[in-house]
Ligand binder design. Structure first.
Ligand SMILES: [Zn+2]
Length: 92
């Protein structure tokens, strides 16, 4: 299958793998790195990349669920959240 969402990934490549995945789907605003905007629905919130996962998965934890996220992306973050539950939450 071809998952081409026509997003601009080039700015966000590399550094750490796992914990940077959310930056493919949201972007931080110039005002503050914790002030981020969803690339799918343009919703803006405070809380950085951890909250991005909850937004895209739709857990309703501290942030409203995304209405425009593709199922494939949702699954990626569901898996991430499940694997993180066993460990500890991301430290920002
Ligand atoms: Zn969204």
């Amino acid at each position: 299958m071809n998952f081409c969402y026509n997003l601009n990934f080039s700015k966000w490549v590399n550094k750490k793998k796992d914990s940077n995945i959310p930056w493919k789907y949201c972007e931080s605003l110039p005002t503050n790195i914790l002030h981020v905007k969803c690339k799918f629905c343009s919703h803006v919130w405070w809380g950085g990349k951890v909250r991005t996962k909850h937004h895209l998965v739709g857990t309703k934890k501290d942030v409203i669920p995304c209405r425009s996220v593709p199922d494939e992306v949702k699954e990626i973050f569901l898996k991430l959240l499940k694997s993180k539950e066993r460990k500890k939450e991301d430290k920002i």
